[in-house]
Write a protein that binds this ligand. Structure first.
Ligand code: DX5
Ligand code: ZN
Length: 215
């Protein structure tokens, strides 16, 4: 059974309190919060003040996915806003090891996201230090894109590497996850499924979360 992390990027921002309540009543495990800066990715989403408000609505884990350059400048601010897991992008960090240590020193779990073009092998030397690898199965920046099929091979390769190193890192898969492909993704070795549109644009989001959780 995988953990389910609905991405609020696909929620109705005018009804954010209701959307958070729905997730609280659902079997969702984590709140996935996508932060975009218009520089690292060609889109802007929401930031610290919004996350502060979301934090007040829930005791579930707040999983903050930073798609921003220089995340080290804002690590403490995201901790204060209430992040439990803080994920930075491999491609945005010149000193990834330092970023990971900074996040952990502040008492958060450290996540590292990799883009579709980034080989999982590049994480080998820091894998044991990472709590969550967020394997992007679309190019980051937008919800509602199609799952890139090659991601399945990357999940398998990452699972093998985690086993080889006897690490406890979780594999989170982000982008284009749906009821149709979720089983394959779990079978390939995913621990956590992020789902934006598949949850929030479905007729019955709680039921969709339940179905994802039952796979
Ligand atoms: C994309 C974000 C994803 C996105 C997923 O840049 O990181 O978390 O919200 O949305 P769906 O599930 O609709 O692809
Ligand atoms: Zn995300």
């Amino acid at each position: 059974m995988a953990l389910i992390a609905p991405s609020l990027l696909a929620s109705n921002f005018l009804k954010l309190a209701d959307e958070c309540q729905m997730l609280n009543e659902s079997e969702a495990d984590w709140f996935h919060l996508d932060v975009m800066d218009g520089v690292f990715v060609p889109n802007i989403s929401f930031g610290i003040p919004v996350i502060e408000q979301i934090r007040k609505t829930t005791s579930k884990i707040c999983d903050v996915h930073l798609m921003i350059v220089h995340p080290e400048n804002l690590t403490e601010a995201f901790k204060k806003a209430g992040a439990d897991i803080l994920t930075v992008h491999f491609e945005a960090c010149k000193h990834l090891h330092r970023n990971i240590q900074q996040i952990k020193a502040l008492g958060m779990q450290a996540g590292v996201a990799i883009n579709p073009h980034t080989r999982v092998e590049l994480l080998r030397d820091v894998l044991a230090d990472i709590d969550v690898v967020c394997l992007m199965s679309v190019n980051p920046g937008f919800g509602g894109q199609s799952f890139i099929p090659h991601s399945l091979e990357k999940i398998r390769a990452l699972r093998t590497m985690i086993n080889e190193l006897n690490a406890h890192t979780k594999i989170e898969v982000d982008g284009g996850v749906s009821l149709e492909n979720a089983k394959q993704i779990i079978d390939a070795g995913a621990d956590v499924l992020v789902a934006g549109n598949a949850v929030f644009k479905s007729a019955d989001p709680k039921q969709t979360i339940h179905q994802l959780k039952s796979l």
